[in-house]
Ligand binder design. Structure first.
Ligand code: PMP
Length: 428
């Protein structure tokens, strides 16, 4: 029996009910309002660029499932591929052509990818990429950059931005010292020393979990040559940037080819997915052809591959032109109205990904991102936007995901609302 009258449920009721069965009322800390205060809204449904909560309030949504959605909620083409697949069964534990089709699409769009291994999350993809790098190089150390998030596996949680940072945690307890003993954390946009013990350097080619921090000119190219010289593998974590910043992802945008790619989000069309990809000579080290073990009951799930293939099939050059156009309009407008409200702001953008820092100077690394967040303006701005019907992520280290469902009018409305919200945040 429902504990609460569903017809008159409020977000407060829903949250109370959730807290009785789910830790903190949520299944991922980034969904909680711990960083901004208050109670999360509970989503009843999503249509295009909008969400509706259980109280019937509508929000223009810039979270878009943290980038898993690029065509807007409930895109009819994606939905019909998904329902068609579901009619044939939901999971088999035997290969399907749907998996092949998704892998082929990734191959076609990303130059340098020969083979793909599908997983059920981005976390599994990065975990697998590290194991593969260690297996191939017979080395143990991993270099990661401060403020880059690569999922919640032990070795990669160190200084990882996003939800960990929003909650004010340096990292997670429960990670054994041994598990991170081989993880070297270095500042983003600085070149790390790489010796012959380093198996891999993993990087978000556009950092999108400490707000939006672009790779500075030459950074990725230099990383490529340093890793090449030292025999370490370069892993691009394109879980967010893949198929979003360009049809071929960040490697195409910057003209830098890593050894391995990690994908997720968009390639599942809104269903759980991840992928590791790379050239034959590396990928063939994975079981069953090689001796680096990795597996998954739901890996390459038929619903996820159907939705993901449909989502990727809909993306073309025109999509990216449109996405970038919207994001330019948004970044320009936000900068203007927030500055007019007398707040120092840096709206940082790479193609359609953007983030808002309340800061005097451009932010190039995690330390600067933290300093900007510590000004404490974001929670006020966030709530001032939310109460006017614009949903940003409830954490200051997240980015905005304008998508193909966001119209010019949506963006105009966002800028109007931001003008009032910035004035309110200024008066806090
Ligand atoms: N890498 C990056 C860059 C991410 O942004 C994320 C998730 N936000 C992950 C990895 C982990 O993906 P998942 O949440 O699917 O495990």
């Amino acid at each position: 029996m429902a504990l609460i009258d569903e017809e008159h449920i409020t977000n407060e009721d829903a949250f109370q009910r959730a807290c009785a069965s789910l830790v903190g009322g949520v299944n991922s800390p980034v969904r909680s309002f711990a960083a901004v205060g208050g109670v999360p809204f509970f989503v009843a449904g999503g249509h295009g660029s909008y969400l509706t909560d259980v109280e019937g309030r509508r929000y223009l949504d810039y979270i878009q499932s943290y980038g898993a959605i690029i065509h807007g909620h409930g895109n009819p083409v994606v939905l019909s591929a998904l329902t068609e697949a579901a009619r044939q069964g939901t999971t088999f534990g035997a290969p399907t052509l749907g998996e092949v089709e998704l892998a082929e699409m990734i191959q076609q769009k990303v130059s340098g990818v020969d083979l793909v291994r599908l997983t059920s999350s981005g976390t599994e993809a990065t975990m697998t990429a590290l194991r593969l790098a260690r297996g191939v190089t017979n080395r143990s150390k991993i270099v990661k950059f401060e403020g880059c998030y690569h999922g919640h596996s032990d070795a990669l949680l160190a200084a990882s931005g996003s939800g960990v940072a929003s909650l004010g945690l340096p990292a997670s307890v429960g990670v054994a010292p041994n598990a991170v003993a081989d993880t070297i954390v270095v500042p983003y946009n600085e070149l790390p020393p790489i010796d012959e013990t380093v198996a891999a350097v993993i990087v978000e080619p556009v950092a999108a979990n400490m707000g939006l921090v672009p790779a500075q000119s030459g950074f990725l190219q230099e990383l490529r040559s340093l890793t090449e010289q030292s025999g370490a593998l370069l892993i691009f974590d394109e879980v967010i940037t893949g198929f979003r910043v360009a049809e071929g992802g960040a490697s195409a945008l910057y003209g830098v080819t890593p050894d391995l790619w990690c994908f997720g989000k968009i390639i599942g069309g809104g269903l759980p997915v991840g992928a590791v990809a790379g050239p034959h000579h590396l990928m063939n080290h994975l079981a069953p052809t090689g001796s680096v073990y990795q597996a998954g009951t739901l890996s390459g799930n038929p619903l996820a591959t159907a939705a993901g293939s449909a989502a990727l099939r809909l993306l073309n050059t025109a999509s990216y032109r449109m996405l970038t156009g919207r994001a330019e309009q948004l970044a320009f407008g936000l900068t203007k109205v927030i500055e007019e409200a007398d707040l120092a702001v840096q709206v940082q953008r790479v193609e359609s990904l953007l983030g808002i820092f309340f800061a005097d100077e451009p932010v190039t690394n995690y330390r600067q991102a933290v300093a900007s967040v510590e000004r404490g303006i974001y929670p006020y701005f966030f709530h001032a936007m939310l109460k006017r019907g614009i949903a940003l992520a409830p954490g200051p280290y997240e980015v905005l995901f304008p998508g193909l469902a966001h119209s010019v009018d949506d963006v105009d409305k966002t800028i109007d609302v931001a003008s009032a919200a910035a004035a309110e945040a200024r008066e806090r």
